[in-house]
Design a protein around this ligand. Structure first.
Ligand code: 6PG
Length: 250
């Protein structure tokens, strides 16, 4: 299936569209099963989407008591670190909506990486009991300029993980440990949504949108939901090198 690529004039229009789609997909899941499991992305791109979701016009359209929030990845830092993906989402969104504290499931980056991995793996197996793979209703992802997504960086061990749901991944390029959902855990999601913004992502976006290839060095090219949807929401700067054939929706 050709990935659905939607282009927006600028990052703010992208953020607003992403917030609307988030609300639609979350409410569909709640209508279907009474609750929704969402994994948030880290990095800078989703900040504007989280801020849009926190605005009353959006926040009021979600029953946050039925939303369970997870992370697609986390840096191995304390939750109050400026590098923490949890802190980004907490400050821009979760602190501003009535989501029960027990529904916010952060990866504990302050722990020793493998201990944090084991803990999150157990948490996910509790949230998704009796199944081979978790089925998140929605996973938000960003795209790094090297083609990484979540914390699945080119050439790192976690890219090859086929059994675990969560990996502790040493990233030599950063000389740092990361925690991340694995590709199979991501690819079993019902809806995957990439958010890509800015001119510096134009080249890697064109590369990432080449047909899915499960042996590709770029994690982003290995993201392909087994039974679900894959959407790319991009702004005009990021889409600058894409031929019209890639764009499905303006
Ligand atoms: C992280 C993210 C990572 C991010 C990309 C893009 O923890 O950093 O999970 O995968 O999405 O690096 O980051 P930007 O949005 O900052 O460009």
């Amino acid at each position: 299936m050709n990935d659905r690529v939607s282009r927006y004039p600028d990052s703010e229009a992208l953020a607003q569209a992403a917030a609307e789609l988030f609300i639609e997909l979350v409410n569909d899941a709640i209508a279907e099963r009474g609750q929704c499991h969402v994994a948030l992305a880290g990095g800078a791109t989703p900040r504007a989407t989280y801020a849009a979701l926190a605005r009353e016009t959006c926040a009021a359209r979600v029953d946050w008591s039925r939303v369970q929030v997870y992370w697609g990845d986390e840096r191995c830092v304390p939750p109050n670190s400026l590098d923490s993906d949890f802190r980004l989402a907490w400050e821009t969104l979760l602190a501003h909506v009535p989501i029960p504290a027990e529904h916010v499931h952060r990866m504990r980056g302050e722990l020793e990486p493998r201990a944090a991995m084991e803990e999150y793996d157990a948490l996910l197996h509790q949230a998704f009991p009796g199944v081979s793979w978790p089925r998140f209703d929605l996973i938000l992802l960003g795209l790094g300029t090297d083609g990484h997504t979540a914390s699945l960086f080119p050439g790192t061990a976690a890219l090859a993980e086929t059994e675990r749901w969560v990996a502790a991944n040493f990233v030599p390029q950063l000389d740092a440990w990361r925690l991340t959902l694995t590709l199979p855990a991501i690819n079993h999601a019902a809806n995957i949504l990439f958010l890509v913004s800015g001119a510096r992502k134009a080249e890697i976006l064109r590369e990432a949108l080449r047909p899915a290839d499960h042996s590709a060095p770029l994690a982003a090219r290995r993201v392909h939901p087994i039974h679900g949807t894959l959407r790319w929401l991009v702004d005009a700067e990021a889409a600058a090198l894409l031929g019209t054939g890639y764009i499905n929706e303006e």
